[in-house]
Design a protein around this ligand. Sequence first.
Ligand code: ZN
Ligand code: ZN
Length: 379
Amino acid sequence: MCAYNPAEPMPDSIRCVVMTAPRAPLELRRVPAPKPAPGGATLEMVASEVCGTDVHLYHGRLAGVPYPIVPGHVSVGRVLETQGPLSDVEDGDVGVGRLVTFYDVFGTCGACWHCLVAKAATRCPHRRVYGITTGLDEGLLGGWTERIELKPGVRVLPLPEDVTVEDFMGGGCGLPTGFHAVERAEIALGDTVVVQGSGPVGLNALVFAQLAGALRVLVTGAPAARLAHARRLGAEEVLDVGETRDPAERVRWVRERTRGRGADVVIEATGNPEAVVEGLEMLRDGGRFVVVGQYTDAGDVTLNPHRHVNRRHASILGCWGYEYTHLHRSVLMLARHRRRFAWSQLVTREYPLGEASRALADMEALAVVKVLIRPGLDA
Ligand SMILES: [Zn+2]
Ligand SMILES: [Zn+2]
């Protein structure tokens, strides 16, 4: 896609935010409006999230990102134009004007060894992700834009009737990610669960752990504003890791609350490699430990295989991305439980396209839980 040359007339153009390279100032560009390919669609963007992934993109911490890129991987929009019927998995036709989100992953082949034999579709080498592995050269395939193109085969999911944009976007990518982590954890009725991390993934893991039958969930995280949400969302107790800086003291905090045994399940959602060792120390013998926070390579840690894994009889599980099923079921759960958990309150600030840099800075400073880009605010 060519950038707009202001000397040429461009009747049908839209604006988008472009990240040209790591740490380069974001650019607000005017580009030709996207046209759907056969079997595809375009959406008028209503809201797109700014999340930790976008901060990683900005810092150049993700491998193989095709800059320049339009960021924004989880979004809500209205169907503007389709080329052929657009259907969802449940009700069939999704008409023009419908408020939808979409599974941000496409290109998963269903034919490779990972897809067919290992049944690990999130590790399919052909898998692409909107706003993360899609460069501007390929089209408008990120959410920080007035209009986005849905490639043929992208799975759309209409928002359930009583779910608002703010409800869904308050969950954002943390909703299906936290859901997937809890599925991996196989929480049993009556379990005591520790969630390490009070960002969007940790907060959603806290919610779904309760819905999965946990007796209680303890949350370690920071800063205070995020921990206040953890309390509101049902954490029995929270520990501020900014105040309690000694990991041994944090482990003791968990052990004191579990008769010295440790938690049945620990879900790591911090992004800090040191948290993995700390989490294993918090785990009871025979417990399950899910690592979902290490989305980028933040370095190595030393653990003791005898003490942390073998003798502890620990199950340690990684959790990479999410499949369509996690998005679908987590949205149904959000619709059912939206009054109890009020995900919409996680949306801390909203910015127009022209202020995307401020949104990114907020996210980087952890000053917010969820920041949205709303192109409509520019008008
Ligand atoms: Zn595949
Ligand atoms: Zn995200």
